[in-house]
Design a protein around this ligand. Structure first.
Ligand code: NAD
Length: 432
């Protein structure tokens, strides 16, 4: 991590202590600030006050412990308002049935604010373009002199703390009042490129960035599918493409579709936002459809080798939407397991971190305590999440435990030579 420049410590508040809120709070505390954390989830606050970290995020527990004197956790807003002027909002904005963002938690925060003119709401939650303007109108209607800043968050789960400390950029959208400058000053020690802009543009930077990344994933997934038809190897293709600086090598890894709490909902929210404004965003419609089909292509790969899946046993290695997180929101494994069960297969699974949450979401799936137990008696194994421990899995031991001999590598992550040497059949994504 970069060593932060010195600055005058501030007192700030963070409302919502989930993946973004807790990391933001810990990060600002690491920079020397006092952070008042507020959440309506009393159990979560009780755990945090006992020193427990409710989510899995590398380095977060250590960072919170290191800064415990600068971090306070409460369900009460009052003390935060007394001490802090900048109130960072990091509550959830999940998708609604219509595909729009559900802003009820954001509105609950707005409505809970008292009539003062010395505070500012700093929006870290991902919200549709226009939300800031409508919140400002609402504050004015309620006679609250709150300032408003859009400061979207770009961290990645699994590397969230590092992303906080070393952001590619900090985006601050404001109306040029005291609060925008105060947010810039707070982030200044990180030395990151600053994009100071208007509120609507800041909101759009976030949605457009996630939509572009999702587009890149769906694009390489389609290239992978064409590679399978034509005999090319997508890993070679991606390497050759990625060295072109106009394209870049990131997000050119094919797989079984993007998931998680951000891409699916943010892409859908932008598509919906465009539609609500009278514009049909055709490209995003395709991005979403490609992603849905990609999750299901694993079924066709299994059928190609096993025929009917009725009575077959399939083991899933990893279920989290990506490695280094316990987040199961929109994980591709949820669709995969449900499709396998619908086709008559029994499903076993192992995940080193996400199993607890996954158990409640994946009914009928047998969870094992380790990878070798999960593959016991399996006709096929699907590598779903690129957990580091799967890179060094003893594939000969896997083969011994299995009833069948098929590995579908949904992330092109396993060492193909080692898999083949263990007398397993290997089926990757976009590799002939
Ligand atoms: P989360 O569900 O993990 O956390 C949200 C927290 O807000 C929960 O602890 C919840 O109890 C709390 N909360 C809800 N209503 C509240 C209220 N009225 N007052 C106080 N607390 C309240 O969500 P998250 O993943 O941290 O995401 C938060 C926002 O950040 C979303 O808009 C998301 O799109 C965006 N975002 C998320 C990520 C990510 O990787 N998770 C990255 C960038 C941006």
């Amino acid at each position: 991590m970069t060593s932060p420049q010195t600055h005058t410590p501030q007192q700030i508040a963070v409302i919502g202590t989930g993946y973004v809120g807790l990391v933001t709070a810990a990060g600002f505390a690491e920079l020397g600030n006092d952070v008042w954390c507020v959440d309506i989830d009393a159990e979560k606050i009780a755990r945090l006050n006992r020193g427990e970290i409710p989510i899995y995020e590398p380095g977060l527990a250590e960072c919170v412990a290191r800064n415990s004197e600068r971090l306070r956790f409460s369900t009460e807003l009052g003390p935060a308002l007394d001490h802090a002027r900048l109130l960072f909002v990091a509550v959830g904005t999940p998708p609604t049935y219509s595909g729009d963002a559900d802003l009820s938690a954001v509105h609950a925060v707005v409505n809970a604010m008292p009539a003062t003119d010395r505070h500012a709401l700093v929006m870290k939650s991902t919200v549709p373009v226009g939300t800031g303007a409508s919140i400002k109108r609402e504050f004015a209607r309620q006679g609250k002199g709150f300032a408003y800043v859009s400061c979207p968050e770009f961290l990645k789960e699994g590397a969230a703390l590092k992303d906080f400390m070393e952001p590619d950029r900090v985006v601050v959208g404001d109306d040029g009042d005291w609060a925008g400058q105060a947010v810039c000053d707070l982030y200044a020690p990180l030395g990151a490129p600053l994009v100071r802009t208007d509120i609507a543009s800041a909101e759009m930077v976030k949605l457009a960035s996630n939509a572009f990344l999702a587009t890149k994933i769906s694009f390489i997934n389609e290239i992978a599918n064409v590679c399978e038809e034509t005999g090319a190897d997508v890993a070679e293709v991606a390497r050759g493409m990625g060295l072109d600086r106009r394209i870049g090598g990131h997000f050119l890894r094919p797989g079984i579709g993007y998931g998680g709490s951000c891409f699916p909902k943010d892409v859908s929210a932008l598509k919906q936002l465009a539609g609500n404004s009278g514009y049909h965003f055709q490209l995003l419609t395709a991005v979403i459809e490609v992603n849905e089909l990609q999750k299901r292509r694993v079924i066709a790969k299994l059928q190609k080798h096993l025929g009917s899946l009725v009575g077959k046993r399939v083991a899933l290695l990893g279920v989290a939407f990506k490695a280094d997180t316990d987040d199961m929101r929109e994980a591709s494994s949820l669709v995969l397991a449900a499709r396998l069960q619908a086709d008559g297969a029994s499903v076993a699974a192992y995940d080193p971190v996400a199993a607890g949450e996954a158990r409640t979401l994946m009914r009928g799936v047998e969870f094992a305590d380790d990878a070798l137990s999960a593959v016991e008696g399996a006709d096929a194994v699907v590598l779903v999440t690129e957990w580091a421990e799967f890179a060094t899995l003893d594939w000969a031991a896997v083969r011994e435990r299995m009833a069948g001999d098929l590995l579908v590598d949904g992330r092109n992550f396993a060492d193909r030579d080692a898999v083949l040497a263990a007398d397993l059949r290997y089926e990757g994504i976009g590799r002939s």
